[in-house]
Design a protein around this ligand. Structure first.
Ligand SMILES: Nc1ncnc2c1ncn2[C@@H]1O[C@H](COP(=O)(O)OP(=O)(O)OP(=O)(O)O)[C@@H](O)[C@H]1O
Ligand SMILES: [Mg+2]
Length: 243
């Protein structure tokens, strides 16, 4: 199968003079239908890797993206405009060339999809943290992506809202969830919640200081002996994160 993404020795430097070497020699292949979790400490490079997958950053190294990729990135802190929830979604569609009337219809469908239809007229910035995260997901869903790039999608949510958003994410990434998803949706997300990683991921990539130190099927990642054999640092990270 042709990978959706094939990164070899990818480097990213950030900051005005490129002084922050945020990704250092990333090798990563992602196949259609995978559910990849990115884990690692603050500053390890998860958000940078997601932005690189989205094609938002200049990079060094070899980076192939399959032609069929239609990716949507939901940021760690979603940017919402100071206008209605409906507008926040409709404008994204309009910018992509939809006519305004049609964009509004599709936007309402997307809000219904995430359970926010009742808030369509509310200023997006006055929604609660969890509602804003749903709104950002609705905006992404409206683009019918076949690759979902989600940066800490439930970071500010209470346990109940977290499970609800996880259920949404699971249905979004399921095969046939949108017309554009012939081979099944692909999910790449970052998370500090290892329980969530277990629930959502099929594969776990552990980053430290811009490098991938472990890249394992989820069951292997959570097997202490297997993980310790692959990467003592990743094992130490998991021990530190587990209450
Ligand atoms: N615009 C920027 N300019 C300079 N340095 C940056 C910029 N964005 C990120 N960095 C740096 O790049 C490194 C990787 O940051 P990144 O945001 O990818 O980490 P992260 O793993 O997502 O962390 P967190 O868990 O806190 O979200 C950090 O050292 C960070 O300070
Ligand atoms: Mg981040």
């Amino acid at each position: 199968m042709t990978p959706l993404y094939d990164f070899r020795g990818v480097h990213v430097r950030l900051g005005p003079a490129g002084q922050v070497h945020a990704l250092r020699g990333i090798d990563l292949r992602v196949q259609p239908g995978e559910r990849v979790a990115l884990v690692g400490s603050n500053g390890s490079g998860k958000s940078t890797l997601l932005r690189t997958l989205m094609g938002l950053l200049p990079v060094g190294g070899v980076l192939h993206r399959a032609p069929g990729v239609r990716a949507a990135l939901v940021f760690q802190r979603p940017y919402l405009m100071r206008s209605s929830a409906l507008h926040n979604v409709a404008i994204a569609l309009w910018l992509q060339g939809q006519r305004w009337a049609q964009a509004r219809v599709l936007a309402l469908q997307a809000l219904e999809r995430v359970g926010l239809a009742a808030y369509a007229g509310r200023n997006g910035r006055t929604l609660s943290g969890g509602q804003q995260q749903r709104l950002a997901l609705a905006r992404a869903w409206a683009q019918h992506p076949n690759v979902w790039l989600l940066d800490e999608p439930t970071a500010s949510l209470d346990p109940q809202a977290r499970l609800e958003v996880e259920a949404l994410i699971r249905t979004f990434a399921a095969p046939g969830a949108s017309p554009a998803q012939e081979g099944g949706g692909t999910l790449i997300f970052s998370s500090h919640q290892l329980g969530q990683v277990r629930r959502l991921a099929s594969r776990v990539v552990y980053l430290e200081a811009g490098r991938i130190l472990a890249d394992l099927p989820v069951d292997d990642f959570f097997d202490p002996d297997v993980l310790a054999r692959h990467s003592p640092q990743a094992r130490a990270f998991v021990l530190g994160e587990t209450p």
